[in-house]
Write a protein that binds this ligand. Structure first.
Ligand code: HEC
Length: 128
């Protein structure tokens, strides 16, 4: 019981200390950031983000449901819509492997191939 109280006390002390530290750091950072540019006008910059609610094209290909599960965790079908319609399976394969190897999209090699078929048949040159 005694120990439990000590532990709780220590945690509280630690929390108090770290929030003070954060406050000190934040003040330092804002002082550094603000001082040299105080006279510069504040210009709000805006930019348009790509629409991110684009649905994957519905298809009977097995890769459709894989795309829904595995690709949508990061982005919509927006990127797929903007690929050249002339893109063949090799192009799509390169894209899917890039997603898998560079961004760690969670796909087995077999699943990657299934998605490639779906993409080239529904977005690429093999589209009917
Ligand atoms: C872990 C996150 C992640 C997953 C999962 C993911 N992507 Fe991506 N994807 C990205 C990012 C980040 C970009 C934009 C940066 C880039 O293209 O280098 C991108 C871009 C793309 C592009 C555009 C490439 C270009 O050159 O214009 C395509 C096509 C694409 N993804 C397809 C897919 C497909 C198909 C899947 C599912 C198999 C998938 N992505 C899964 C992160 C991911």
């Amino acid at each position: 019981m005694q120990n439990q109280t000590m532990v709780t006390k220590n945690i509280k002390n630690f929390q108090a200390r770290s929030s003070r530290l954060v406050f000190v750091k934040a003040s330092l950072v804002s002082a550094l950031l603000v001082s040299p540019w105080v006279s510069a006008p504040l210009i709000a910059k805006t930019f348009d983000q790509p629409a991110d609610s684009v649905q994957w094209r519905a298809s009977e290909f097995a890769g459709y449901s894989l795309a829904l599960q595995k690709c949508t965790t990061c982005h919509s079908a927006h990127y797929a819509e903007y690929q050249p319609p002339s893109a063949g399976a090799a192009y799509w394969k390169a894209q899917v492997l890039r997603m898998k190897n560079v961004f760690k999209a969670p796909l087995t090699d077999e699943e990657a191939q299934t998605v490639v078929e779906y993409l080239s048949q529904n977005y690429g040159s093999a589209r009917k």
